[in-house]
Design a protein around this ligand. Structure first.
Ligand code: ATP
Ligand code: MG
Length: 427
C-alpha cells in the first residue's frame, strides 16, 4: 500500500518548534490585551460571495488561489451553496461585525484573531497552502472615531511593540496611502492611460492588469518590468486634500511616538478593499517571501458586503514567517527539558511512581515518567535526554521517604526527603 502523506503545501508542526508557536501566540495575546483588543473566532469556511465581493474578483486570491466547492444540500430545507475555505480573515470579521450589529454600541470594536488560512499558491519556503495568520481589526461607526489617523498610528505602534517583544530585530515598516475610493479611481484612470504605450512591453500578467485593474501592475515582481514601472505616475499626486491631511497626521503621530518607517509609493497591497493608509513590515532574514505582515485601512469594506458604513483598519501577520525569522535569528536554541525524570526500579514500582509523579506535577514540577521495565542504564539514558535531574524510586526510597536525586549536568547526587522534593527539583 502506498503511504499517505500530508497534502502538498500543508505540514505538521512538531515539538520543540510548537513551543515557539505557542510563545509567539502568548506574546501576541499579551500585547493585544494591553491595547484593549478582544479575541474573535470566525468559521474557517464562508459563503464564497463574501470573498468575491469583499476581497475582489480581480485579486490573485479570488481569481486563482481559493479552495471552493459546491456544498450539496442534505435536506429539502437546505439549498446547495458555494463555499470557500477562508483565504484571509478580515472579510469574515467584518461579516461578523455586521451580522451581530457590533456597530450599534457606538463604540470602536477592537478585535484580534489567530488561525489557519488557505490559499492554493505554489508552495515554497514561507509560502504554504495552509498557513496561520495573527491579525487585528479596529472598526466602528465614524462617530466612534474609526476614521481618525490616530487609530492608524496606534495600530502601527502596536505592531512595532509586538515585533520588538517577539525579539524580531531589524524589521522595516513600509508605508503608503492609496487614498479614498475616488482618489483610487482617479489614479487607476491615470495609470491606465500611462500604461497604454508601456503594457505591450510588459509581462502577460501586467498586460491583463493594465486593462482590468491597473493598480495591480505596481505589485509586479518580474525584474524586466521594474524599470518601466518606476516611470509610472505615483499615487501621492492623485490624493485629494483630505487624504493628504489624513496621511500627514498618521506620519506625524508615528514621528511623535518614535516609530521609524520608510515611504513606499508602490505599496498598494494585493486586496481590493484598501483605502488610505497601507503598510507592510518586512524582514531581511526571509529571502524572497520577505513580508512579515501587511495591512491597511478599509473604509468601504462593510458597505461592499452589504453592511452599514464602518471604517476600519487592520493587519494580518504570517505566523509561519515569524517562526522562520525567529529560527533564523536563533531565538529557539535548546529544546525545553523537564525538571525531573522519575525512574521506577522494577515494574512493581510503576504504580507508586505514578503517584509520586502526580504529587510533583500538582506542585508545579515538570515531570517525565519512566518505566520500571527499563534497566537502570536505559533509565539514565532516557532521563538525560528529556530532563535535568533523575529521581530513583525503589522499595527503600518508598519506605524511608528519602529519595535519591542526580543532577545530570553537575553529576552531583543528593538525598532528599519526599516533602522537600518538589522544591528541590524546581531549583
Ligand atoms: P505575499 O506578497 O507574500 O504573497 P500577500 O500580500 O499575499 O503576501 P496578505 O494577504 O497581505 O499577503 O497576508 C498577510 C501576511 O500573511 C503576509 O505578509 C504573509 O506574512 C502571510 N502570508 C500570506 N500568504 C501566505 C502563504 N501562502 N504562506 C504563508 N504566509 C502567508
Ligand atoms: Mg500573496
Amino acid at each position: 500500500m502506498s503511504t499517505l502523506k500530508a497534502v502538498r503545501g500543508t505540514r505538521d508542526l512538531l515539538p520543540p518548534e510548537t513551543a515557539l508557536w505557542n510563545r509567539i501566540e502568548a506574546t501576541a495575546r499579551s500585547v493585544f490585551s494591553r491595547y484593549n483588543f478582544g479575541e474573535i473566532r470566525t468559521p474557517v469556511f464562508e459563503d464564497t460571495a463574501l470573498f468575491s465581493r469583499g476581497v475582489g474578483e480581480e485579486t490573485d486570491i479570488v481569481s486563482k488561489e481559493m479552495y471552493t466547492w459546491e456544498d450539496r444540500a442534505r435536506a429539502q430545507s437546505e439549498k446547495t451553496q458555494t463555499l470557500t475555505l477562508r483565504p484571509e480573515n478580515t472579510a469574515g470579521v467584518v461579516r461578523a461585525y455586521i451580522e451581530h450589529g457590533l456597530g450599534e454600541s457606538g463604540q470602536l470594536q477592537k478585535l484580534y484573531y489567530i488561525g489557519p488560512q488557505f490559499r492554493r499558491e505554489r508552495p515554497q519556503k514561507g509560502r504554504y497552502r495552509q498557513f496561520s495568520q495573527i491579525g487585528a481589526e479596529v472598526i466602528g461607526p465614524t462617530s466612534a472615531g474609526s476614521e481618525s489617523p490616530l487609530r492608524d498610528a496606534e495600530v502601527l505602534e502596536m505592531l512595532a511593540t509586538l515585533l520588538d517583544e517577539l525579539g524580531i530585530a531589524g524589521w522595516t515598516l513600509h508605508l503608503n496611502s492609496v487614498g479614498s475610493a475616488a482618489d483610487r479611481a482617479r489614479y487607476n484612470q491615470t495609470l491606465r492611460e500611462a500604461l497604454v504605450p508601456l503594457a505591450p512591453q510588459m509581462c502577460a500578467d501586467c498586460q491583463r492588469r493594465a486593462e482590468t485593474n491597473p493598480l495591480r501592475v505596481l505589485d509586479c515582481k518580474v525584474p524586466a518590468d521594474q524599470p518601466l514601472i518606476d516611470t509610472l505616475p505615483v499615487i501621492a499626486d492623485s490624493l485629494d486634500e483630505a487624504s493628504k491631511a489624513h496621511f500627514a497626521a498618521v506620519k506625524a503621530a508615528l514621528d511623535a511616538a518614535g516609530v521609524p518607517y520608510t515611504l513606499n509609493p508602490r505599496l498598494v497591497r494585493g486586496l481590493d478593499y484598501y483605502t488610505r493608509t497601507t503598510f507592510e513590515f518586512t524582514h531581511g532574514g526571509l529571502g524572497a517571501q520577505n513580508a512579515l505582515l501587511g495591512g491597511g485601512r478599509y473604509d468601504g469594506l462593510s458597505e461592499m458586503i452589504g453592511g452599514p458604513k464602518a471604517p476600519g483598519i487592520g493587519f494580518a501577520m504570517g505566523e509561519d514567517r515569524l517562526v522562520l525569522t525567529l529560527l533564523a535569528l536563533d531565538q529557539n536554541s535548546a529544546p525545553p527539558q523537564a525538571d525531573a525524570y522519575i525512574a521506577p526500579l522494577g515494574e512493581s514500582m510503576n504504580a507508586a511512581a505514578l503517584a509520586l509523579a502526580r504529587e510533583l506535577r500538582h506542585a508545579g514540577v515538570h515531570v517525565e515518567l519512566g518505566d520500571g521495565s527499563f534497566r537502570l542504564k536505559k533509565s539514565f539514558e532516557s532521563g538525560n535526554k528529556t530532563a535535568r535531574k533523575i529521581v530513583i524510586l525503589g522499595e527503600d526510597e518508598l519506605e524511608s521517604g528519602i529519595l535519591t536525586v542526580k543532577d545530570f549536568s553537575s553529576g552531583v547526587q543528593t538525598k532528599v526527603p519526599r516533602a522537600e522534593l518538589a522544591g528541590f527539583l524546581q531549583n
